[in-house]
Design a protein around this ligand. Structure first.
Ligand code: NAP
Length: 282
């Protein structure tokens, strides 16, 4: 039987509409500052869409497009100024920073006030997440959890397999599934028999960035398959890690690429910015 398609685009629209409604009830307008260093075209696209999302949700947005030559000190000084501004509730610095220019991403993430860290990448928020405290959740895994919730998929007691162990997706994804009482296995490039581990999964999340990695023979009948990846096929079309057509024949639920996790990631940034504004007493 063909899988139910998890419609990330529709869920994201609902989620942003909810944020817009709640923003109307605040005592002050939430503010998001987005810093982009250099002229990476993919980063530019992401920043433009964040601005559009903010406008849709009634969130004030401010963009700092800094030249690649700005340097670490200049970048840190922008962050310090934003940390001190009451009208700015959330700060994010678009990664990656330009290579070979002496930027230290770790130091940049550390410089952002943890209570304005709407990306959830600051080690304080990472620590809070892993110890079960209230924190800003990284947007991509938070979006995945929201999708599971919306489609009535409860990870409790389920075998959950996450492929990928990055700080921004794989690891926080595993932490969130664990917090939701899943039995979680994290796979990576050194996992010897990836197909065998994946076949155990009731919930399979792939966050690698390799087209065609997850084939139908790696998926258990009736599994929930979440494709986080954003790759390009030979014609330049956006695609994920999962062999979508074949896997959709076996899975119970599947996310498409595009129109799956991507839009939810964007929506969760709006949710986090709303939450930051609330924490700042708005
Ligand atoms: P990343 O930092 O490059 O991490 C990729 C992970 O995949 C690593 O842990 C790596 O293992 C693992 N890996 C690589 N080859 C593998 C293989 N053959 N078998 C098993 N594991 C393998 O990437 P990321 O930042 O987490 O992003 C992952 C994907 O998600 C990318 O396609 C990215 O574009 C996409 N993404 C999408 C969104 C969204 O909103 N939809 C947001 C963020 C990222 P090692 O640790 O051993 O190297």
């Amino acid at each position: 039987m063909a899988a139910t398609v998890i419609d990330g685009k529709a869920l994201a629209a609902e989620c942003k509409a909810r944020v817009a409604e709640e923003v109307k009830g605040l005592s002050g307008r939430p503010g998001l500052a987005v810093i982009i260093v250099g002229d990476d075209p993919a980063s530019r696209t992401y920043v433009n869409s964040k601005r559009k999302d903010c406008a849709e949700c009634g969130i004030y947005s401010e963009e700092y497009a800094l030249p690649a030559e700005t340097g670490q000190e200049g970048l840190l000084s922008v962050i310090q100024t934003l940390n001190g501004r009451e009208d700015i509730d959330g700060i994010l610095c678009q990664l990656p920073l330009p290579a070979g220019m002496g930027y230290d991403e770790e130091e940049v993430l550390l410089a952002i006030d943890p209570d304005k860290d709407v990306d959830g990448f600051h080690p304080v928020n990472v620590g809070r997440l892993s110890t079960g405290q209230k924190c800003f959740l990284p947007c991509t895994p938070a979006g995945v959890m929201e999708m599971l919730r919306a489609y009535g998929v409860d990870p409790e007691g389920k075998e959950c397999v996450v492929i990928g162990r990055s700080n921004i997706v794989g690891k926080p994804m595993a932490m969130l599934l664990l917090a939701a009482n899943g039995t979680v296995t994290v796979c990576h490039s050194r996992t010897p028999d990836l197909p065998a581990v994946c076949r155990r999964a009731d919930i399979l999340v792939s966050a690698v960035g390799r087209r065609g990695l997850v084939t139908a023979d790696m998926v258990k009948e009736g599994a929930v398959v979440i494709d986080v990846a954003m790759n390009r096929d030979e014609r330049g079309k956006l695609c994920g890690d999962v062999d979508y057509a074949a896997v959709a024949e076996k899975a119970a639920y599947i996310t498409p690429v595009p129109g799956g996790v991507g839009p939810m990631t964007r929506a969760m940034l709006m949710v986090n910015t709303l939450e930051a504004a609330r924490r700042h007493g708005k």
